[in-house]
Design a protein around this ligand. Structure first.
Ligand SMILES: Cc1ncc(COP(=O)(O)O)c(C=O)c1O
Length: 372
């Protein structure tokens, strides 16, 4: 780690500490962990799962440890607190917000609601698999619409594929595994139009990473349009993938179909951590900056090796390796680097998640060494 970097990382930790008067017993946790430049089978570089390898913000970590002391109690107070934080941040009424154990429960329940309505799902391909996988499990049909030549979601083709029996339209924006976005005005029109015929679910799992004037969250639509659901997650920029917090934004009548009437299944540790994490803009900016540094490293490698790639709006890249992604994964695994799984039909493209910039440079160096 360079002195410059460690100093900057210390500053982020230090400011967070000052803000929350972290107990001295936690002082070890003040520094951002060292990058993993000697990966092993037990401690690989995890560039395969779109996680935040920096973990939680120090502010979140502190309150989570405190909340663990009260984990034997039902805790409805902190749920209200979290809802208020999100309501204020997003400028939404509290009754339009539901909290879940990640966003997956909402994605799954939307598929359940579609099945109950006896309908089909309409979605682009490739995209995130939760809704389509649940639909498959429930035995309901899905209509999938290939992304365009430019690998962007093709709204015109989706419109053309819409039928009367589609009861759920799923869009992931930014998409996954292709980190493209849908232009905001076109998406807004599409959502409003489709919501007259079916439920529309926009999965904004990666929205915090987007730095693109053509992007906008569709969250504002939920107050005016009953059939629109927005899903968000703390699993990405907040590092809560293993802690589990996510959100749905929707009209209260729609919320009844996709959320529990009595939310007893949230973990108090997770909720308390999220209250803090969502207010820690310094940490979010830090992670976003590190993500940008990683993306610069990857994009330089793509340019140098003349590999086609999709400009990323997220915490992962998608590039044309020109060889099976299984082969890339296998070779990188020999060096204890994990990369993304294959995504049909783009089996010679690779999804690579960002890690810490030093680790990303290590990955890029190894990639050049093996395939360059
Ligand atoms: C687009 C998308 N939505 C949802 C999820 C799952 O989120 P959660 O951990 O909140 O259940 C992921 C996880 O990778 C994802 O990529």
């Amino acid at each position: 780690m360079s002195m410059d970097l460690s100093r900057r990382e210390w500053l982020v930790g230090g400011a967070a500490v000052a803000g929350t008067m972290l107990a001295s017993s936690l002082s070890q946790a003040q520094t951002v962990p060292e990058p993993n430049l000697n990966p092993t089978a037990d401690n690989p570089i995890r560039a395969g799962f779109n996680e935040n390898v920096y973990g939680h913000s120090l502010r979140a970590k502190k309150v989570m440890l405190e909340a663990a002391e009260k984990a034997h109690l039902y805790d409805f107070g902190s749920q209200m607190q979290l809802k208020n934080v999100i309501a204020q941040m997003e400028n939404l009424p509290g009754d339009h917000i539901a909290i879940g154990n990640g966003s997956t429960p909402f994605l799954e329940r939307a598929a359940f609601a579609c099945a109950i309505a006896g309908g089909k799902v309409l979605a682009p391909a490739p995209t995130y698999n939760s809704v389509l996988g649940t639909a498959r499990m429930l035995g309901i049909e899905s209509i999938t619409v290939p992304v365009g030549e430019d690998l962007h979601i093709d709204l015109a083709a989706m419109r053309a594929a819409m039928t009367d029996d589609v009861k759920l339209v799923y869009l992931c924006n930014p998409n996954n595994p292709i980190p493209s976005i849908i232009e905001k005005n076109a998406l807004r029109d599409f959502c409003i139009e489709m919501s007259k015929k079916a439920m529309v679910l926009i999965d904004e799992a990666y929205y915090e990473y987007v730095d693109n004037p053509d992007f906008a969250s569709m969250k504002d639509l939920v107050t005016e349009h009953q059939n629109i659901i927005i899903c968000r997650t703390a699993s990405k920029i907040h590092g809560f993938a293993g802690v589990r917090i996510g959100f749905a934004f929707a009209h209260p009548d729609t919320m009844k179909k996709i959320s529990s009437p009595f939310n007893i299944s949230l973990a108090n540790v997770a909720v308390a951590g999220a209250v803090e994490s969502y207010q820690d803009t310094e940490y979010m900016n830090f992670v976003k900056q590190k993500n940008r540094e990683c993306m610069d490293i990857l994009e330089k490698m793509f340019e140098d090796l003349n590999l086609r790639y999709v400009k990323s709006n997220s915490n992962f890249a998608f590039f044309h390796a020109g060889r099976p992604s299984t082969e890339v994964a296998q070779e990188l695994r020999k060096h204890h680097i994990w990369s993304g799984r294959p995504f049909q039909p783009y089996t010679d493209w690779v999804r690579m998640s960002t890690v810490k910039p030093e680790e990303m440079q290590y990955v890029a160096d190894k990639y050049r060494e093996i395939f360059g």
